[in-house]
Design a protein around this ligand. Structure first.
Ligand code: SAM
Length: 376
């Protein structure tokens, strides 16, 4: 039986010395964003000079000091990633008025410059478009030039690689890579540089509470994990929050480690994890169903597909998808110990062959995040 493990440390990721060098295949994360007010108190607790700078309305100094705190995490990420390993960092810029000055604080460019100085190769990035219909979204002088401001309606997903290309040597490694492939039609969407997630199921249990915690949508973590790692890899999220990266890793047959400074998330994770199986399996089922719908459409408009997936016996566009395989989760067990740690056991896909997709769609949702008690 195939298994993965998932471990959460309640600790400060500015010091990740408890994680071995060159042990992580992929990082998927979203830090607290400098100069966004919801994170002010946290940054002030990291360095008293940040409090002073904000109190004295010296925005540029506060911004700089906040990034010096985040840089400590990026230093560790470079150390603990394997060669060829990738870090995906979701970050938004901030606009803010301090004293008389309104300005943009460009978080994404600060992180990109620092990480490339560390040695990361910066890869083409993704703009996550977050259009809002809020009536007050336009700031500044209204209809009078030149003091009106462009609205920020996007965030960034920075993609950084540590030294060189990852290689797959043995037959087993090559097969695992093939079984980790994604569908051709997913490639076309996932590898486009603008992600507008409207119309996708953004989250498992997406609630206002999750938004207030700064959680990113499940779809983001799920795509990044499937784009930039293979099954059995280790995925790290050093800003764990509500555990979105861990749940996406569980659904994707990857191992994961999370680090979170706020131990208030612990009881939420402990309540949610044991009951999340059905939702994760439903997500996998929906992914297969989308492929079946795509095939139907393709056949009707363009004709027969050339290749057949050997496990599902359904058509696929390219030979690279012939061994693509998605296993459902059978069991989630908590491992005894002082950390929250979980072992996931997977059903081989064949077990669900007959009831494959539609039955999974009938699975119930788990309790809502509000019922599970996020720490705010
Ligand atoms: C933007 S949120 C990430 C949310 C997460 N992606 C999710 O989906 O729930 C940032 C998280 O990092 C945590 N955090 C901030 N500074 C930290 C640090 N130095 N070490 C560990 N966690 C930290 C915050 O408490 C918060 O939960």
């Amino acid at each position: 039986m195939k298994k993965t493990t998932h471990k959460i440390y309640f600790a400060d990721s500015r010091d990740l010395s408890f994680i071995e060098s060159e042990s992580v295949d992929l990082v998927v994360t979203s830090p607290p964003y400098p100069m966004i007010e919801m994170w002010d108190e946290l940054f002030k607790s990291f360095n008293g000079d940040i409090r002073k700078a904000l109190d004295e309305r010296r925005g540029a100094t506060a911004f700089n000091l906040m990034h010096l705190e985040l840089n400590k995490v990026w230093d560790h990420l470079y150390r603990i990633l394997k060669e060829g390993g990738i870090a995906c960092i979701n970050i938004g810029d901030a606009t803010r008025k301090l004293g008389d000055e309104f300005r943009l604080y460009s978080n994404h460019s600060r992180v990109l410059v620092y990480c490339s100085e560390l040695g990361f190769s910066t890869l083409p990035l993704i703009l996550w478009r977050k259009q809002t219909n809020a009536p007050n979204k336009f700031m500044g002088s209204g209809m009078l030039p030149p003091g009106a401001y462009v609205t920020l309606e996007h965030e960034y997903i920075l993609i950084l690689r540590k030294k060189g290309y990852r290689r797959f040597y043995t037959g087993e490694e090559k097969l695992n890579r093939q079984e980790s492939s994604f569908f051709w039609e997913e490639r076309n969407t996932w590898f486009s540089d603008i992600w507008d997630l409207k119309g996708t199921r953004q989250n498992l249990n997406h609630t206002e509470a999750r938004e207030r915690s700064g959680a990113f949508p499940f779809e983001i973590a799920y795509r990044l994990i499937n784009m930039f790692s293979v099954k059995d890899d280790l995925v790290l999220d050093p800003f764990f929050g509500t555990g979105t990266t861990m749940y996406a890793a569980m659904a994707s047959e990857r191992n994961s480690t999370g680090v979170e400074i706020d131990s208030g998330f612990k009881s939420y994770i402990e309540k949610k994890t044991p009951v999340i199986i059905d939702e994760l399996n439903r997500y996998t089922g929906e992914r297969l169903q989308r492929h079946l719908d795509f095939i139907e459409d393709y056949k009707n408009t363009k004709g027969e597909l050339k290749h057949t997936n050997i496990y599902y016996e359904f058509p696929v566009i390219t030979s690279q998808e012939k061994k693509l395989k998605l296993n459902y989760i059978e069991r989630i067990e908590k491992i005894d110990g002082h950390l929250p740690e979980y072992r996931i056991t997977y059903l081989d896909r064949a077990t669900l062959k007959k009831s494959m997709v539609r039955d999974v769609e009938k699975l119930p949702f788990t309790a809502s995040d509000d019922q599970l008690g996020l720490p705010f």
